[in-house]
Design a protein. Structure first.
Length: 226
């Protein structure tokens, strides 16, 4: 059985590691959000840049970067989804990075977490699609030509239903593979060599987190712009 910091707390030793890590990341996000709100100050103060780098500058860079990503994937109208996209990105990133810390088992290498994230977005963009377009939203499942509907309808339904599973498998597979390779080299050569794989692991963590924009691509295409 692998070592886990959570197992040092008697009350937590019987809970799955990935659930505890997900809870810890959630608490970190809440704490970061409260801290960001505290340092943001009044809106009019944010118009004047700080004379030197500060915590407020850091959070501004994070928000502007996420905003730019949303623009590149969804277009400017997708800014209405920045809150949910940003939250999912930070949640997945924190979980991914947790896997680089010995003694933590990230929630994102467990299918229960990744498929749940995909299922959440699946339900959300379909609900928003119905809200935005009404019954006409269902027309995009039928294809551009009505005589092709009997062929395209089952294909569209299957492709939509498997999307949360395929994206969940991709994210979990990336993180499991990365952490498995890191664990192997930590056991074989514990000094020096693992640093290379830690650096590569950080790239994988950020790259896998960007896949959240693949998760939410349907949020804009089907939920708003269909």
């Amino acid at each position: 059985m692998h070592f886990s910091w959570f197992h040092l707390v008697p009350a937590l030793e019987h809970y799955p590691d990935h659930v505890l890590t997900a809870g810890l990341c959630t608490l970190l996000i809440i704490g970061l959000s409260l801290f960001a709100y505290a340092v943001a100050g009044r809106p009019e103060e944010a118009l004047i840049p700080s004379a030197k780098f500060s915590a407020r500058n850091f959070f501004e860079v994070v928000v502007e970067s996420l905003s730019g990503f949303v623009d590149s994937v969804m277009g400017h109208d997708g800014q209405i989804y920045l809150g949910i996209v940003g939250t999912m990105f930070i949640y997945i990133l924190l979980n991914n990075l947790m896997g680089l810390v010995p003694g933590f088992n990230p929630a994102t290498d467990n299918l229960n977490t990744t498929i749940a994230v995909g299922a959440f977005v699946f339900v959300l963009y379909n609900v928003l699609g119905m809200k935005e377009h009404g019954v006409a939203y269902l027309k995009h499942f039928l294809g551009p030509l009505i005589w092709l509907a009997p062929l395209l309808l089952p294909i569209e339904l299957v492709s939509h239903m498997v999307r949360p599973v395929s994206l969940g498998l991709r994210l979990a597979g990336n993180m499991t593979g990365d952490h498995t390779v890191l664990s192997i080299f930590l056991n074989l050569v514990p000094i020096g060599v693992p640093m290379v794989f830690y650096l590569l692991g950080m790239f994988v963590c950020f790259g896998a987190s960007v896949c959240v924009f693949t998760f939410v691509d349907g949020l804009y295409v089907n939920g708003h712009g269909a």
